[in-house]
Design a protein around this ligand. Sequence first.
Ligand SMILES: [Zn+2]
Length: 381
Amino acid sequence: MAQIAGACRFVYNLALEQRRDWWRPGRKFNSVSQCREVTELRAQVDWIKAAPVAALQQALRDLDRAYQNWWAGRADYPTPRKKGFNDSFRFPDPNYLTLRRTGKSSGQLKLPKLGWVRLRGWRALPGDLRNVTVSRRAGQWFAAIQCEREIPEPIPSSLPSVGIDMGVAVFAALSDGTSIAPANHGKKALRALRKAQRALARKRKGSANRRKAVRRVARIHQRVANARKDFLHKHSTTIAKNHGTVVVEALNLRNMSASAKGTTEKPGRKVRQKAGLNRAILDQGWGAFRIMLAYKLADRGGRLVEVPAAYTSQTCSACGVVDSASRVSQAVFACSGCGHTANADTNAAINILRRADSALKPVEGHRVVRPGEAGTSRSAA
Ligand SMILES: [Zn+2]
């Protein structure tokens, strides 16, 4: 599996280099032309021939997607894949994939070139198998199985609406006055991580002990990621179960978590503070939280609505006066106009909820799952 991931990485990087360095007017490269070249390459190079051709072609598709994301302004220019980072490969054709159960919590997956591979754990597929992505995380190999199924159109939800203000001090404040405390998984694990990283720095390059230390660091990252995912799933499920419409601020996460350093022409200000905030933002996983909310609501006939974020924290939810002086502290809002006092985050959440009535704007960029396109289509692979 490491060899297949290596061949896919090699082809990806080669194709990236070709597109980046050998582009000329009238000499265009795309995944179609590059797929043809991979076929020629396989005839000449044995270790590339040893990798399944479909997986290599998928790597070229991934590169195509990376370029599309760059053109659309959603991502930076594609960078080469590195060994040991997101090692993965994908089999796109369900005709060459078979899944079978072998025990109470075990199964087998038949993959091209690899044959039958044992699986630890078993879950029945909720639909028809579409494709399989094999990836390595913290030294373990995982199979992600994508399924497709028809689901009936959900009945539009009649549950109450709620506004959510997301923050760093409080993970999420709801307009009904409740709030979710931040979990700060990354912060808690930081000490263990620092210790593991220091131990790693002392190990000799290429030694077995170094390999072990690398794995230890990766495991801590993995544990943090799992805990965060669990936290986000729990809270997004509770909110989606109890509400029909959920209103959130339209945040540009990409800009917010962009490097605070800026560029050489435009050096950033307050670099240290911003770096801390950026870590906090990424730690919270707001982006993932919204995506979870969007599909969990859609499944239940609800919806997620994004509204412009400007002044929601400075507006009085009782009289509507906008004044930055009303926000007396991180936690307290006291209106300079009418004297109304409230929890600052709850006040903002109420404003966010109200804003949805004035200018309804459905979420853009999030994959809202609609009936008929349930699961995801193969083109998403
Ligand atoms: Zn007021």
